[in-house]
Design a protein around this ligand. Structure first.
Ligand SMILES: Cc1cc2nc3c(=O)[nH]c(=O)nc-3n(C[C@H](O)[C@H](O)[C@H](O)COP(=O)(O)OP(=O)(O)OC[C@H]3O[C@@H](n4cnc5c(N)ncnc54)[C@H](O)[C@@H]3O)c2cc1C
Length: 417
């Protein structure tokens, strides 16, 4: 899409007239928004920081009239170039970052897309013991909207699933610059939507038609693994009594609409947790051990390999946190158990260790029940990529093939190959 200088100037002026938020077309801002956490760089046409849904509607209307692409952005922590493009970028993180409503009894929160995940959790009353479930490593800077775009999940996906398991309803701005609400529809409500002779009716008819006419392919070829996040979630529309178009928005990487509000579930947090750090002298053996480990119903299983252990030992900030590593393992698995009493945790850790020893899985099994010590372990896991990138010199790991999802039962074989 080639736009000349006058077109761009007119676009900027139109946006400045229509928008309450910020409009940035200066080269410094465009350079800032040319990158995200990926290796890709593309300069945007301009940047809008909307203050509210009306700003999003106006931006969409202006972009549509000018015939230019438009792209939403949250924290910009995507690793595969999702938030860089020659487009009008809408950054939701500066102003549209509020908690709008919380219902503790029914356990849900209505939020704006630019709220950072950790900020949402900090906003919730501690005594209610609830939190937003998905916890990607970037939770201190990644936003709800970005998590919806990427269908993010984190260390606790075993218990809380992916973002698609946590989103109840979505308010969004569509490409025709109108607002829409997506939520669960009963068969009767869906029938009514299907008869509507407007853009919304079209969406329901077209999307359901795509899902139904490809149902055989979808059912046989969509991988049946819990952490699959690639592609549109067309499988969610098949064989369900309630249809929810929000399921299709989750994981759509900003290609379908701009989310302006989301109602998300809150999950109950466990009273107590305990970790077992299982040490392995072989990486593939550690990966293969996840299958027997999962039989113990842990709340998280995460791997730290020898390269990350080495980097952490050399990092002045993190080396003092590495007291939980025994010897020179090729990998450790952090296995977390959750429960309502300390004795429940203690029993689970004991039977877990006995079972692993019986199967000769690992060479050392360190239990950690102290809360602060557990946080230190998680902080290293969360800092993983940053620590790897801190390797001195020009030879750095390059993150560009991300989120390969493998059935845990084949993980050992996958890593060995
Ligand atoms: C070190 C590191 C560790 C990571 N660890 C994890 C991990 O453990 N698990 C995981 O899932 N991911 C992980 N990621 C990837 C990324 O951090 C997450 O996917 C995160 O949830 C993205 O949030 P964000 O706000 O940065 O989104 P962005 O990168 O800003 O956007 C992500 C996508 O969402 C779209 N989007 C943003 N806002 C909206 C909106 N309002 N409406 C519609 N679409 C929108 C964007 O267009 C884009 O396609 C990691 C990344 C890094 C750099």
């Amino acid at each position: 899409m080639d736009k000349n200088h006058n077109d761009i100037f007119a676009l900027e002026s139109d946006l400045k007239r229509a928008i309450q938020g910020d409009v940035r077309f200066d080269s410094f801002s465009k350079t800032l928004y040319s990158t995200d956490a990926s290796i890709y760089q593309m300069e945007p046409i301009g940047v809008v920081l909307p203050r509210d849904t009306d700003d999003v509607l106006a931006s969409m209307e202006i972009a549509k009239s000018a015939g230019i692409p438009i792209m939403p952005r949250g924290g910009g922590t995507s690793l595969a170039g999702q938030t860089v493009n020659h487009a009008l970028v809408l950054d939701f993180s500066k102003y549209m970052n509020r908690v709008l409503e919380v219902n503790y009894e029914e356990r849900w929160a209505r939020v704006q897309p630019g709220i950072v995940l950790d900020d949402l959790n900090r906003n919730l009353l501690e005594e209610k013991r609830v939190r937003y479930g998905p916890d990607p490593s970037t939770s201190n800077r990644a936003c709800i909207g970005g998590g919806i775009g990427n269908n993010s999940c984190g260390a606790h996906s075993l218990v809380y699933g992916k973002t698609s398991d946590q989103v109840l309803e979505i308010e969004a701005v569509l490409s025709n610059a109108t607002k829409i609400n997506f939520g669960p529809l009963s068969p009767g409500e869906l029938e009514k939507k299907l008869t509507k002779q407007d853009f919304e009716g079209n969406i329901y008819r077209e999307v359901l038609n795509i899902a139904q006419s490809n149902s055989t392919e979808i059912e046989s070829n969509y991988p049946k693994i819990s952490r699959r996040i690639s592609g549109y979630n067309l499988d969610s529309l098949l064989g369900n009594s309630a249809t929810n178009m929000a399921d299709i928005v989750v994981g759509s990487e900003g290609t379908l609409c701009m989310v302006t509000e989301a109602t998300v579930k809150l999950v109950k947090t466990p009273r107590y947790t305990g970790l077992c750090i299982v040490h392995f002298s072989d990486l593939a053996v550690a990966c293969a051990a996840t299958t027997p480990i999962l039989k113990h119903d842990p709340s998280a299983v995460e791997l730290i390999d020898s390269m990350l252990i080495e980097r952490t030992r050399q990092s002045p900030a993190f080396s003092r946190l590495m007291k939980f590593i025994d010897g020179q393992p090729k990998a450790v698995l952090i296995v977390e158990f959750s429960g309502e009493t300390p004795s429940e945790i203690s029993k689970r850790l004991t039977s877990f260790k006995v079972d692993l020893q019986r199967q000769s899985l690992g060479y050392a099994w360190l239990n950690i029940t102290d809360k602060i010590e557990q946080q230190k372990v998680w902080s290293i896991r969360k800092a993983g990529l940053g620590l790897l990138m801190s390797i001195r010199g020009n030879n750095k790991p390059i993150p560009f093939v991300e989120d390969t999802a493998v059935d845990p039962s084949r993980l050992g074989e996958f890593v060995r190959r």
